[in-house]
Design a protein around this ligand. Structure first.
Ligand code: OSB
Ligand code: MG
Length: 375
């Protein structure tokens, strides 16, 4: 497809409730939306980099800058028939995976629409519905965490993940496990611990958690492998798995047994598929993570999770978990099926359409790169 134009918008979306992790609290999220026009087809994508560089060094603003200055000029006015070809054009730019992913996602949407195929079908997805899980932020009290966890299981979520950080861990989790003795529970530390905390983390063994996600710093693959020898709870890596090569090294070294795949974190859907393939080759389960995306990012995640290796519930929640359905920038909203799954859209492209008035009303910055325009 010959890319004629790329439009970039930083949009502001308000979460229904604050989301607290070990690196901070957010109530308002910024996202970078990408609109790509090619051969009469329009595709949309979402770079889910946040307002604050805590989960990643990228933010919506760095993604806007990198996309406008370097990525869009590298692809507008040129033709690409695959995500791999697009990624090749991006390869001189070091890093900034989420910025690259936003444009790549828009190309996938456009390619699917041009071919009349869903992105799930384009990538070889085999599942028509994916298991939904929920990620709960740190709460003001253990009682509130227990209440929200109960509500989530009541809605049908297949597992509940809760955030932890030093000082908000063992006791809180003991209370949670006592309230839900038989339910699938897991935790996510977002890199808040060090190997010195191994004795504390070993005490989690008694809690029968499905896994502990990213306990240590993102660069500490060796330390994760050490920790894995000291605890029985399986380790899942998120931040550390930056691409297929990191996935291979993490699995081969024993740093993790499970991978949380986020296509945005690894630079795009093509790389996410490669991470999935690497894990499947090594019999390691994977699941699809999230970054509080709007409808278009959620649609991309759900398409990814339709691949056969995604055998664990993802951080794939219904739209109303993030904000009221009528506030989303895309439609239709994602709703939980009975049984706690989300249906994989089967319509061409990513399967959701932009609500342009809401997008316009949420836009706080805008840039455009056209074929033939000076860079
Ligand atoms: O570590 O998985 C994470 C949200 C923002 C940044 C990092 C993470 C998360 C989540 C939310 O856990 C997942 C979601 O529901 O989108
Ligand atoms: Mg995580």
């Amino acid at each position: 497809m010959w890319i004629e134009r790329i439009e970039l918008r930083v949009v502001r979306v308000r979460l229904a409730e604050p989301f607290e992790t070990s690196f901070g609290t957010s109530q308002e999220e910024l996202k970078l939306l990408v609109r790509l026009d090619a051969e009469g087809v329009t595709g949309w994508g979402e770079c889910p980099a946040q307002a604050f560089p805590g989960y990643s060094y990228e933010t919506a603003w760095t993604a806007l800058w990198i996309s406008e200055r370097f990525l869009a000029p590298a692809c507008v006015g040129k033709s690409f028939d695959s995500a791999e070809a697009l990624q090749k054009a991006f390869s001189p730019v070091r890093g900034h995976p989420m910025a690259k992913a936003g444009i790549e996602f828009a190309l996938w949407d456009a390619l699917g629409r041009q071919k009349g195929r869903s992105v799930s079908v384009l990538i070889g997805g085999t599942q028509h519905a994916v298991e939904a899980g929920i990620s709960l932020g740190l709460q003001r009290s253990d009682e509130l965490l227990i209440e929200k966890t109960g509500k989530a299981f009541g809605r049908g979520y297949r597992r509940v993940k809760t955030k932890i950080k030093p000082g908000r861990d063992l006791q809180m989790l003991q209370a949670l496990r006592k309230a839900f003795p038989d339910r699938p529970l897991m935790v996510d530390a977002n890199a808040a611990y060090t190997l010195h905390d191994a004795p504390l983390l070993a005490r989690f063994d008694e809690l029968n958690l499905t896994m502990i996600e990213q306990p240590l710093h993102h660069g500490d693959l060796l330390d994760h492998a050490e920790l894995a020898k000291k605890i029985r709870t399986p380790i899942c890596l998120d931040e550390s798995v930056t691409d297929r090569n990191a996935a291979r090294q993490a699995l081969a070294s024993g740093a993790c047994a499970i991978i949380n795949i986020k296509a945005a974190r690894v630079g795009g859907l093509a790389e996410a598929i490669a991470v999935h393939d690497e894990a499947v080759k090594r019999n390691a389960p994977v699941w699809c993570g999230g970054l509080l995306e709007t409808g278009i990012g959620r649609a991309l995640n759900v398409a990814l999770a339709s691949l056969p290796g995604f055998t664990l519930p993802g951080d794939l929640s219904e739209t109303a978990r993030y904000w009221p359905e009528e506030d989303d920038l895309f439609q239709p909203a994602f709703r939980l099926n009975s049984g706690g799954t989300l249906s994989v859209p089967q319509t061409p492209g990513l399967g959701v359409t932009p609500v342009l008035t809401r997008i316009e009303g949420s836009t706080i910055a805008r840039a455009e790169v056209r074929a033939g325009s000076p860079t």
